[in-house]
Design a binder for this molecule. Structure first.
Ligand code: NAD
Length: 479
């Protein structure tokens, strides 16, 4: 693709502008300037996307699973060959560094590949005993919605598992990061995906979600984004009893125990936290540190945060780029001000940088009042709070005190503490001495207000299958 920064819809195997001729401007977060456009889908575009998805269902679900898998593997190879231009486009529209964007595309490639390699075995029937078996079947058309923070890997996750399972997918990708949807669609198109099996639409998010989920043709809602929007969509999906996979927000605690190697923990935390300017649902947001090492830990964390080089995302010297949009800057201002008004100390950062674009300094807050908004609302930015804890019981209570349940992290070398924390933390994922992004081969799912259902791994493909139970009076003749 010659990347002009102008992106269209992909419906029934062809690229088109929006039916009403309208589009949305794209803004480069590093400069605040417009650089391109994305087409807006009309109601008739959405109807066409639904019709072509419905028409392709039978053919795609009856395509042998090994052929579906081979197509995904081909698409992965094609995408791999385009990582350089795709990562530059992603960096320009999202603000993450080019290096981060390349890493994200590598994970998108891995996701297409993993689902391709496993398509056949996950579509195969399997026995419970000699007289009973399970036949996995494609559930039907999927409506998928992705956000702007990790659009390449999230689009790949939203598309690969249903394609492997035999389901057509209509993807409403985030408008602000349109290129990430376009590059992946082009890779699937070039790999030979039949018309209608995948569709890509952009536009006014609530209008699109109401239109798509209002159709009984859609059998699954697959959404990644904020908890309030996830709840709204789940309510609409209830009308047609569409299955929901909801990967929502997080507010992720890190609990650091006194037996921890402090420099190692600090560098792992600051490296992961400030990736993508902290705009990740899995990013640490609250650090709880054992009282005996609190002062040492805080000083080292502040030092590490001050060494983060903030700058233009296409400069190889930059560690952290701008935030993705002006809304995030407003949120950082509001959360920081509220914390300060309630007595918080700004250890470092705490302000917008005086330069064009949407830049917020890496920020560490201490002495944060428990009722501060930043301890309850997903910060979704480069802001971390740090507080000491006395006993393990206190740490568990504070770590579990938000309504979210996505991910948590602990740093300790003690097997007893590790066991106890893994058992006690109410989150879908618990990571021990480890901070890394999600992988293609493992299920990710939130609990509490972080959503339900699984994306990734075997369970991620099962989300798009009906498991038909076959019972027989005699030993089953089918194999
Ligand atoms: P938002 O909740 O308005 O939007 C989040 C995403 O959902 C966007 O991509 C948007 O296009 C989409 N969206 C919004 N309304 C929709 C609707 N009715 N139907 C379909 N899609 C819809 O918030 P925002 O300002 O874009 O992002 C900020 C908040 O979003 C953060 O505070 C964070 O909680 C959340 N978020 C979470 C994730 C995640 O990975 N869980 C990713 C991005 C954003």
């Amino acid at each position: 693709m010659s990347d002009s920064g102008n992106y269209n819809l992909f419906i029934n195997g062809t690229w088109r502008s929006g039916g009403n001729g309208t589009d949305l401007a794209l803004i480069n977060p590093a400069t605040g300037q417009k650089f391109g456009h994305v087409a807006v889908a009309s109601a008739s575009d959405l109807d066409d996307a639904l019709k072509s998805a419905e028409d392709s269902l039978l053919r795609w679900s009856n395509t042998p699973a090994h052929e579906r898998g081979a197509l995904l593997v081909r698409a992965a190879q094609i995408l791999k060959g385009k990582i350089e231009p795709a990562a530059s486009a992603l960096s320009r529209e999202q603000g993450k560094t080019v290096a981060e964007a390349k890493g994200e595309y590598a994970r998108a490639v891995e996701t297409l590949e993993w689902n391709g390699i496993h398509a056949q075995e996950l579509s195969a029937r399997f026995s419970i005993d000699q007289k009973r078996m399970i036949v996995p079947e494609a559930i039907g058309v999927v409506a998928a919605f992705t956000p702007w923070n990790y659009p390449a890997v999230l689009n790949a996750r939203k598309l690969a598992a249903p394609i492997a399972a035999g389901c057509p997918v209509i993807l409403k990708a985030a408008e602000e990061t349109a290129s990430a949807g376009v590059y992946i669609m082009e890779a699937l198109e070039e790999a030979g995906i039949p018309a209608g099996v995948v569709g890509l639409v952009f536009g006014h998010p609530p209008t699109i979600s109401e239109h798509l989920l209002g159709s009984p043709v859609v059998r699954v809602l697959s959404f990644t984004g904020s908890t309030p929007v996830g709840k709204q969509l789940a309510k609409i999906a209830a009308t047609n009893l569409q299955r929901c996979v909801l990967e929502l927000g997080g507010h992720c605690p890190v609990v650091v125990f006194e037996d921890t190697d402090v420099p190692k923990a600090v560098s792992a935390i600051s490296e992961y936290k400030f990736e993508c300017a902290g705009q990740s649902c899995n990013a640490p947001s609250r650090i709880l540190v054992a009282q005996s090492i609190y002062e040492d830990f805080l000083a080292k964390l502040v030092h590490a945060s001050e060494r983060i080089r903030v700058g233009l995302p296409d400069d190889p010297e930059t560690d952290m780029g701008p935030m993705a949009n002006a809304r995030r800057i407003e949120a950082m201002e509001r959360l920081t001000k509220d914390a300060i008004n309630r007595g918080a100390r700004v250890e470092t950062g705490g302000k917008r940088l005086d330069r064009p674009g949407f830049y917020w300094a890496p920020t560490i807050l201490s002495n944060v009042h428990p009722e501060s908004q930043v301890l309850h609302e997903e910060p979704f930015g480069p802001v971390l709070t740090v507080e000491p804890f006395g006993t393990v019981e206190d740490a568990i209570e504070v770590a579990n005190s938000t309504e979210y349940g996505l991910a948590s992290y602990i740093f300790s070398d003690s097997p007893d503490i590790q066991k106890r924390m893994v058992r006690s933390l109410s989150t879908g994922t618990v990571s021990v001495n480890y901070l890394k992004g999600v992988s293609a081969d493992a299920p990710l799912g939130g609990i509490k207000q972080s959503g339900y259902g699984y994306e990734g791994g075997v369970e991620g493909v099962r989300s798009f299958q009906n498991l038909k139970l076959v019972n027989s009076a005699n030993v089953l003749a089918i194999d």
